[in-house]
Design a protein around this ligand. Structure first.
Ligand code: HEM
Length: 179
């Protein structure tokens, strides 16, 4: 998993909780990286799972809540690092349609070793869309947070009803634009 996912995660822990909490969750785990991530490096995704599990215990919040929160945080930072992917787009649905066929394709060109999920989208009406997630990683709730973060960015009220498999590697997100 790309380092940016780790560096941003630890930044979120520092800003939402504290530097001490970030240090503590690193120390609690026997990490090959020792928690020293660089954004362009590549690290074992199990390290993220360990860190988020420790964070959940440390701050007494469920892993799912933290993953979603992280998704929202990450999206707001993608806006800063990758503004080109948001240019000319004005709605959440239009943006989400570009993830699989454009954004992640470009990410893969940038980082050949990126391990990205597959998404399919289906427009049901002007206010309803489905997004299907398929991954070798158990990060369906991260995707849900990223979707919510995108809705915040576009200033839209999108209701997300998700159907997530037990291993969190497959999910259907039923999105409804509410006004
Ligand atoms: C500008 C927008 C985006 C950029 C630049 C971006 C980039 C990336 C990068 C660099 C990774 C790490 C790949 C790796 O670790 O090997 C990643 C993973 C991921 N992306 Fe995106 N992404 C964007 C938007 C989204 C959105 C909107 C969603 C959800 C709808 C999404 C869902 C995910 C998920 C769930 C992962 C974790 C890996 C997995 O589950 O298999 N991304 N993305």
């Amino acid at each position: 998993m790309k380092g940016i996912i780790f560096t941003e995660f630890l930044e979120m822990v520092e800003s939402h909780f504290s530097v001490e909490v970030a240090d503590q969750i690193i120390e609690q785990n026997d990490l090959d990286s020792k928690g020293a991530y660089t954004s362009v490096g590549n690290y074992d995704k199990q390290e993220l799972i360990k860190l988020i599990t420790s964070l959940s215990e440390c701050v007494n919040l469920p892993v799912g809540v933290l993953l979603k929160e992280y998704g929202k945080y990450l999206l707001s930072h993608f806006l800063i690092y990758y503004p080109q992917f948001f240019q000319d787009l004005t709605t959440t649905f239009d943006f989400l349609d570009t993830i699989d066929r454009h954004v992640h394709v470009e990410v893969k060109k940038l980082y050949r070793d990126a391990d990205l999920p597959n998404f399919q989208t289906k427009r049901l009406s002007s206010t309803k869309m489905q997004m299907f997630y398929h991954s070798s990683n158990p990060f369906a709730l991260l995707a849900e947070g990223l979707i919510e973060g995108a809705a915040n960015h576009f200033g839209e009220n999108i209701h997300v009803n998700s159907d997530i498999s037990e291993n969190h590697q497959v999910a259907t997100f039923n999105l409804t634009l509410v006004d």
